[in-house]
Structures are given as structure tokens and as C-alpha cells.
Write a protein that binds this ligand. Structure first.
Ligand SMILES: [Zn+2]
Length: 444
């Protein structure tokens, strides 16, 4: 195969010294090498290659499971990110990992998701594209040590992409065979787990939620329906993403960042999409109507493991855990956060008519409390569930509770006396929505 054809097929790039220089910076004694991971979601397999006339240690990465364009790029390790544009690298990002170590990512589809501040390893930083000097969608990846290019490692193993075989290019200036291409599967799994969708109409068969931008991975999810469209919000590395069933589950960054823990809730209020997360101990609200600006509600001191939201007569009700008790705040009284007196570590909320109903996990047992009974706390009989994970739904008056026990989602219904049945859906957390009588679970 001619090099021209090879380039057309795989998408590669020319020398990019200008961008590399951005990542060089002042030399400092190299500290221990960070434990780098492949900069793609957990489980994805990518082809690593170079070519004669490239640069030693430069790696061009293409997806083995289909097109590369638009696939999510993750930080290879934690560090301070910077980003910009150059004619060679197109949209690029550089992460300074400290100790003299940097990683560089080039040809991103759009500007990186952020251009400053700290990113954890596994944080989404952008999408694969073909901007700058590139013949097709791929990620150009480099590692520098004290400003000089060096061998890239992934999950503790060397990439093997060292030489471009050309004496005329750097940095090691040897002539010889081009390092052969090889496939590497990502173990970049800390930023979140694969999200699966299962629904009651097909026996809870689990299908991975995956779209044109790659698999949706998350540390927590929240799901709503809007005009029959299923919309999934996921948090990963502090960032919140939106994926919709009518857009092929393409996972889009909302711009909301700083989310902590697993507290995530969402609401469709008359067509306005609202997302709630915990930032610095305060519940923040972002709305699709204001471009997802993430505003502090002033509700503070809350646990970052669980929050819930419901809408009733146009009023938004938020439930959070403060000091081990569920608190309620609503938009009609300026978000004053009042103690319901219901103890718990995890909370879910539904409405039945105009009654607000809370489901709370406390000490592995699930309790139900209703606003029209003064939040009297009644044990459902459900026990042995994970401490902070609970979801609930009202399906035509049937109250449904979803909890985690033994790594499986369990379903209990008010119609069967809250018998807690194993759905067979695995995961560590779940969210739920209903459309046309079908129950949809999103587990991760
Ligand atoms: Zn390249």
C-alpha cells in the first residue's frame, strides 16, 4: 500500500513541532512517571501506529470498532490542562502531570472541553477530529519528559511505538524499521462505568448505551423523558453530559462541571430540562433554557451522595441529605432547606396526585414518607440494600422502588406489597424513567 493511500485510510498527521513546543516548557527534573492510561473510554480498542516521516514516539490512534470521528478523548492521567489552536495540531490540549511529564492531544474535533484547571485521569477532554494538518480523523498523542518526547506507556505497558524509521526526524534520529502498529484496549476505567439500558418490555435485557461519540460511561446518571424522548444525564470526572435516544445517544458535554460524588438529579418541568448536582457542598441548578449555566441554589451542607427532585404545579422540590436527615427545599420559597425529620443516606422522590412521596434508605432498609402524612416514616419491609442508591417511579399510580442489592438492581412495587425482586440488571447505581407504561432502567 502506498503511503498516500495508507494516510487516506488511517488518517495521520505531519510533523507538529510548533505544538510540541507548547508542551515543552521549562525543564525540570523528571519525577516518577504517572500511571498513564489509554486516552479513551474503558474497554475501547484502538490501533496505535506511526509512519516513516512522522516523528519518533508520536502515536496516531484510530478506533478499531468503526469510525474515529467524534469519539470521546479522556485524560491519560490527572493534571493541569491547557488548550489552543495551531495550524499543525488543530484543536489541541496539553496536560501537565507534574514532575516534568506532559501529554499532548491533537486534531480535536472542537476546542477542548476545558482550557485550564485540573482534570482527573479519565476526565473527558474532547472528541477525535481531523483539525490542523491531518488527513483523516485520528488522535495524535505524545508524551514528553522534561520537554523531550519519550515512550508512551498505557496501564503500565510500553506502547512499542518508538521509531518512525527515519534518520531525518527526531527525537532519537535513528534509521530502521517503522515501529509496527498494534492494538491496545483501554483500561482508563476510573472516570466511570459503562451505562446500560434495560427495560421491562424486553425482560430487562441490558444493552450498552453507546452513540456516535462512543460509549456513555458515568459515575452517576439521571434520566427524564421529554415528549417521548429518553434523555440521559451522566456525570463523569465532575462533568455532566446529555445523551438523547432520538439523537443516537450521542453524548454531549453540557458545560456543567465541578459536580461532586454521585448526587445527580434531573427534571422535565413543562419542557424545560433541569439538572441538579452538588458543587462544594451546595446544590446547583442548570437549565436548558439558560444554556446550562450552573447556578448555586444556596442549599448548602448537603451530602454529595444523593439528591432528588420532583415538579408539582410548576414548583420544583429538591431533596437532599443534611446531617443524616432528608431536607426539602422548593423554588417557591427561595430554596429554604427544611428538615423533614426523615433519617437516611439516600433519597428518591415521586408525586402521586398532589402528594409528595419520599423513599429513603437508612441502614440498608427502605422507608416511605408522604407529605400528606406529615412525613411519617414507614418501613416498606425492604432491607439489605446499598446505602445511598435508590430510584423511584410512579407508573399510573403504581409506586415502584429500585435499589441495589448484591450488585443487582431490585424492583419493588406497592402493588405486590413491596416484595423486592431481582431484575437481573447489574450495576452499582441506577436511575429510572417510564414512557408509555414501559419502565427503563439506566445502570452503571
Ligand atoms: Zn500524528
Amino acid at each position: 500500500m502506498s503511503r498516500r493511500l495508507l494516510r487516506a485510510v488511517t488518517g495521520v498527521c505531519a510533523l507538529l513541532l510548533a505544538v510540541s513546543a507548547v508542551g515543552a516548557g521549562p525543564a525540570q527534573a523528571a519525577g516518577p512517571m504517572p500511571f498513564f492510561q489509554l486516552p479513551f473510554p474503558c474497554g475501547e480498542t484502538w490501533r496505535l501506529a506511526t509512519y516513516a516521516g512522522h516523528d519518533d514516539y508520536d502515536i496516531d490512534m484510530t478506533f478499531t470498532g468503526g469510525g474515529s470521528n467524534g469519539r470521546m478523548i479522556l485524560a491519560a492521567a490527572g493534571g493541569t490542562i491547557s488548550a489552543g489552536w495551531s495550524s499543525g495540531g488543530g484543536n489541541y490540549a496539553v496536560i501537565d502531570h507534574g514532575g516534568g511529564w506532559r501529554t499532548t492531544y491533537m486534531h480535536l474535533l472542537q476546542p477542548a472541553t476545558r482550557s485550564s484547571g485540573w482534570v482527573d485521569g479519565g476526565t473527558p477532554i474532547g472528541w477525535v477530529g481531523s483539525t490542523g494538518n491531518s488527513t483523516g480523523p485520528h488522535l495524535h498523542y505524545e508524551v514528553t519528559r522534561d520537554g523531550g518526547k519519550t515512550e508512551a506507556y498505557f496501564n503500565g505497558s510500553p506502547s512499542g511505538i518508538t521509531s518512525d524509521g527515519s534518520a531525518s526526524t527526531g527525537p532519537i534520529y535513528v534509521s530502521g524499521p517503522v515501529s509496527p502498529a498494534r492494538n491496545v484496549t483501554s483500561a482508563n476505567c476510573n472516570g466511570g462505568q459503562q451505562v446500560y439500558e434495560a427495560h421491562s418490555a424486553n425482560g430487562w435485557r441490558m444493552l450498552p448505551v453507546s452513540g456516535g461519540y462512543g460509549p456513555v460511561t458515568a459515575s452517576a446518571t439521571a434520566a427524564i423523558q421529554l415528549n417521548g424522548v429518553k434523555i440521559l444525564y451522566s456525570s463523569k470526572g465532575g462533568q455532566i453530559f446529555e445523551a438523547a435516544s432520538n439523537a443516537g445517544w450521542n453524548n454531549l458535554y453540557t458545560g456543567i462541571s465541578g459536580a461532586q460524588g454521585t448526587a445527580l438529579a434531573a427534571l422535565n418541568l413543562n419542557g424545560e430540562k433541569l439538572v441538579y448536582s452538588v458543587v462544594g457542598g451546595y446544590i446547583h441548578e442548570a437549565s436548558s433554557n439558560n444554556g446550562w449555566r450552573n447556578l448555586n441554589t444556596g442549599i448548602g451542607g448537603v451530602s454529595n451522595s444523593s439528591i432528588a427532585v420532583i415538579g408539582l404545579n410548576g414548583v420544583k422540590y429538591l431533596y437532599s441529605i443534611v446531617g443524616g436527615y432528608v431536607h426539602e427545599a422548593h423554588s417557591a420559597n427561595g430554596w429554604r432547606n427544611l428538615n423533614t425529620g426523615v433519617p437516611g443516606s439516600g433519597v428518591a422522590a415521586i408525586t402521586v396526585g398532589t402528594t409528595k412521596i419520599l423513599y429513603v434508605v437508612n441502614g440498608g432498609s427502605v422507608y416511605e414518607a408522604a407529605s400528606n402524612a406529615g412525613w411519617a416514616n414507614n418501613w416498606t419491609g425492604i432491607s439489605g440494600v446499598s446505602s445511598a442508591t435508590i430510584a423511584a417511579a410512579n407508573l399510573n399510580g403504581e409506586k415502584l422502588i429500585y435499589t441495589m442489592a448484591g450488585g443487582y438492581v431490585h424492583e419493588a412495587s406497592s402493588n405486590n406489597g413491596w416484595r423486592n425482586l431481582n431484575s437481573g440488571v447489574t450495576g452499582s447505581r441506577t436511575s429510572v424513567l417510564t414512557i408509555n407504561g414501559v419502565k427503563y432502567l439506566y445502570s452503571n
